[in-house]
Ligand binder design. Structure first.
Ligand SMILES: Cc1cc2nc3c(=O)[nH]c(=O)nc-3n(C[C@H](O)[C@H](O)[C@H](O)COP(=O)(O)OP(=O)(O)OC[C@H]3O[C@@H](n4cnc5c(N)ncnc54)[C@H](O)[C@@H]3O)c2cc1C
Length: 422
C-alpha cells in the first residue's frame, strides 16, 4: 500500500507526541483526525496535570525543528547551562552540563508547549481536532476505536484508517492490544513518588540562578527545581513512598516543615506556602512501561509513552517521544509505503527506547547521590578535559542530551567502552 492510497490517519491523544505527530503528518498531506479526552487548551482551559515544566534537549528540538516549530517554541524556553548542586550547609556549586556554550538544556512549560503545538496543528486545513473524546480502546471484536464523548456521554467509533495511539503511559489502546494478545506489557513501578511545589518569584524575578537546574541531592531522595518564565521555579520532591524518609512519614504540616527544615533548609526558606502546596498537590507515581508488540498489523501503532513510558531522571521521556515522531517520518519518507511501516518502526526503535529506559533509571542514583561524591566530581572534570582535547570522546550524559545523531542504544555501547566513562 503506497502512502498516497491512505486517505487519513487517526491520532489518539493530543499530548506532546500526538500534537507534534498531527503536525508532521498533516505537513505530508495526510488528513489527520485527532481525538483527545481533555478540553481544548486553546480555550484557556488547560488542566493541571503532572510536571508543570520539563527539560527539552537536542532530540526533542530535532523533532520540533522537523515540524518548523522552533520559532514558536524556543521563545517559551529558558536555557539551563548546568545543575546547581545545593549542599546541606547551604553552599551551592554549578556543574556544567557540557563543555560548549551551546550545550544547554531548556526548561519549558508542558502546558505552553502542548498549546503551541495544538494551535499550529489546528491552523492546518487537513487537521481535525476533537476534544472531550475519551478513547475506550478497540471495539469488541472489531478493529475500530471506540470513544465516549465526555459532554454528551455518547459512544461512537472513528473511521477505520491507520491509527497512531499517543495516549500516554496509561494507554487505553495499549490495553486493547494486550487484551487481544497482540502486545505484552511489563510495568515496573518505582518505589519513589513525586510531588510538585512552587518557589515563587520575588518582585517578579527568580530568587535563584534562572539558568540552571537546581538539585538538593540527599542520597536516598532529592528535590529539584526548574525555572519558569514568570520568575517562579517549579520544585519537585522525589521521595520513597514508605520507610524512614518517605511520603508516608509526612502526614501533618509540622512533619513537612520539620523534614524540609532538616533536609533542605535553603529551599525551605524559599517556599512560603510549603505545607499548603504539599497537601494541595497530588503525589504522583513513576515507573517504566516495557511493551512488546507496539502495533496491530498496519492498523494501529503505539508511540511515545503509550509504547515506552520511562522514569523522568534523564529528562528524556518527551524528548524520546519527539524523536519517535521524527523517526517515523524518516522511515515513511524513505520507504514511501504503509505496508510493514508499523512493524519496522517497532523493530528499529525498541532497542533505543529500552536503552533510554535503563539510562533513565541509572540517572536517578547519579542525581540524588553521585553528584555529591568527590570522586564523581573528579571523574566528571577529567572527562570534560578529555572532551575538550579529543572530539571523539563524548561523555554519556552529553551523548544523550546533545547528540541526537547517536542513537540511544549506541550511547550505551559507547559509554561502556573502557576509555569512555560517563
Ligand atoms: C514528573 C515528570 C517529569 C518529567 N520531566 C520530563 C522532562 O524534563 N523531560 C522530558 O523529556 N520528559 C519528561 N517527562 C516525561 C514526559 O512527560 C512524557 O514522556 C511525555 O509527556 C510523553 O508524551 P506523550 O505524548 O507520549 O504522552 P502524554 O504527554 O502523556 O500525552 C498523552 C495524551 O493522551 C491523552 N489521553 C490519555 N488517555 C486518553 C484516552 N483514553 N482517550 C483520549 N485521550 C487520552 C492525555 O490527556 C494526553 O493529552 C516527565 C514526566 C514526569 C511524570
Amino acid at each position: 500500500m503506497s502512502l498516497t492510497s491512505v486517505p487519513g490517519v487517526n491520532i489518539v491523544g493530543a499530548g506532546l507526541a500526538g500534537s507534534l505527530l498531527a503536525l508532521l503528518l498533516a505537513q505530508r498531506g495526510f488528513s489527520v483526525s485527532v481525538y483527545e479526552r481533555r478540553r481544548d487548551p486553546r480555550a484557556g482551559t488547560a488542566e493541571r496535570g503532572r510536571s508543570i515544566n520539563m527539560a527539552l534537549a537536542a532530540r526533542g528540538i530535532r523533532g520540533l525543528a522537523l515540524a518548523g516549530m522552533l520559532e514558536r517554541v524556543m521563545p517559551l524556553a529558558i536555557p539551563m547551562r548546568g545543575r546547581m548542586v545545593h549542599e546541606h550547609d547551604g553552599s551551592a556549586e554549578l556543574q556544567m552540563y557540557g563543555v560548549r556554550p551551546e550545550e544547554v538544556i531548556h526548561s519549558i512549560s508542558r502546558a505552553d508547549l502542548n498549546r503551541v503545538l495544538i494551535e499550529a496543528a489546528g491552523e492546518l486545513p487537513n487537521v481535525s481536532l476533537n476534544f472531550g473524546q475519551l478513547c475506550l480502546g478497540l471495539a469488541h471484536e472489531r478493529d475500530v476505536l471506540e470513544f465516549r464523548d465526555e459532554v454528551t456521554g455518547q459512544i461512537h467509533h472513528c473511521a477505520p484508517q491507520p491509527t497512531i495511539a499517543t495516549d500516554g503511559a496509561g494507554s487505553a489502546v495499549r490495553d486493547s492490544l494486550v487484551a487481544r494478545e497482540v502486545a505484552s506489557v511489563r510495568e515496573e513501578p518505582l518505589e519513589h513518588d513525586y510531588k510538585e511545589l512552587t518557589i515563587p518569584a520575588r518582585d517578579g524575578r527568580h530568587v535563584m540562578d534562572a539558568n540552571a537546574l537546581h538539585i538538593w541531592p540527599r542520597g536516598g531522595f532529592m528535590l529539584i527545581a526548574l525555572p519558569n518564565r514568570d520568575g517562579s521555579f517549579t520544585a519537585t520532591l522525589f521521595l520513597a513512598r514508605a520507610g524512614e524518609n518517605s511520603f508516608e512519614r509526612l502526614q501533618s504540616p509540622g512533619d513537612v516543615d520539620a523534614f524540609f527544615a532538616r533536609e533542605f533548609p535553603s529551599a525551605r526558606a524559599l517556599i512560603p506556602d510549603l505545607a499548603r502546596d504539599f497537601f494541595a498537590n497530588p503525589q504522583g507515581s513513576l515507573g517504566t512501561v516495557y511493551t512488546r508488540g507496539w502495533h496491530l498489523d498496519g492498523e494501529v501503532l503505539l508511540l511515545g509513552d503509550a509504547a515506552h513510558a520511562i522514569v523522568p531522571f534523564h529528562g528524556q521521556g518527551m524528548n524520546c517521544a519527539f524523536e519517535d515522531c521524527a523517526e517515523l517520518m524518516r522511515m515513511m519518507d524513505e520507504h514511501q509505503r504503509w505496508d510493514g511501516l508499523f512493524e519496522a518502526f517497532e523493530f528499529e526503535r525498541r532497542p533505543d527506547t529500552d536503552a533510554i529506559a535503563q539510562m533513565a533509571l541509572e540517572n536517578y542514583r547519579e542525581m540524588r547521590e553521585a553528584v555529591l561524591d568527590p570522586e564523581y566530581r573528579r571523574k566528571k572534570k577529567e572527562a570534560e578535559d578529555l572532551e575538550r582535547k579529543d572530539p571523539n570522546f563524548i561523555p554519556r550524559y552529553s551523548m544523550v542530551m546533545f547528540h541526537p545523531e547517536i542513537p540511544y542504544r549506541q550511547v550505551v555501547e559507547r559509554a561502556s567502552a573502557p576509555q569512555n566513562p560517563r
